[in-house]
Ligand binder design. Sequence first.
Ligand SMILES: Nc1ncnc2c1ncn2[C@@H]1O[C@H](COP(=O)(O)OP(=O)(O)OP(=O)(O)O)[C@@H](O)[C@H]1O
Ligand SMILES: [Mg+2]
Length: 247
Amino acid sequence: MERELICCNGLTKSYAGRRVLDGVSLRLGQNEFVSVLGPGKCGKTTLIKLLSGLERPDAGEVFMDGAAVSSPSPKRGVVYQNTLLFNWLTVLGNVRYPLRKLGRQESLSRAMKYIELMGLKGFEKAYPRQLSGGMKQRCGIARIYAMKPRVIFMDEPFSQLDAQTRYLMQLELEKIFLGEGQSVLFVSNNIEEAVYLSDRIVVLSPSPSRVVKEFRLDLPRPRNYLSPEFVRIRAEIERCLSEVCDG
Ligand SMILES: Nc1ncnc2c1ncn2[C@@H]1O[C@H](COP(=O)(O)OP(=O)(O)OP(=O)(O)O)[C@@H](O)[C@H]1O
Ligand SMILES: [Mg+2]
């Protein structure tokens, strides 16, 4: 792993007396792509809320660059499963909104670049109500990418998209992440997607969850879904997850 960017130790969190996370520790390096896989309702979204600073753990700590994380920051972007857009702003307005402190020209060209990358060119002037669910999600992703956060937390960001768009979004994410030196923590329910994208995969147990296993993926990029090595590691992770789910 290159220089460590995010680190959390012993994260524990309960809601209404029910423990969801039970001492989760993990690390994310500079320019590293780590995926988190786990059974449904094991606390993946909760983990992202704690890592991004949106919520505080009951015990344990989160650090970014060695400094304690206690609130959200534009250095940490979050893409949720369902992005909320401002209904009264156009696609361009939504993507540009967080960039308003940059100059007019800079915010416009940066917003347009990511709108185009997300396949929304021609829809800059459309309002959210005029977009499909997948297009809204891509607009939300463009908004986060355009902010160029140091780390992006993604919570099943592509699960609403059709297979073809999902594949294109994976390619684009890989390109952006490799090209701009950002770090990504990616929650997915799709093993193939995680194997395609990740440097490491962390598997969580059912809640109260802990890290049960870590896989390092050294396959060269771009990866080939059909290579024997890809198929082998994918099957190994599938096995691990089904063991975890069976308890
Ligand atoms: N704000 C909250 N108040 C009460 N309970 C909550 C809250 N947030 C999460 N929970 C509960 O914590 C557990 C874990 O939720 P979380 O959404 O983190 O899991 P998840 O792994 O992301 O689930 P999914 O696979 O459905 O995305 C669930 O049982 C959920 O009902
Ligand atoms: Mg979730």
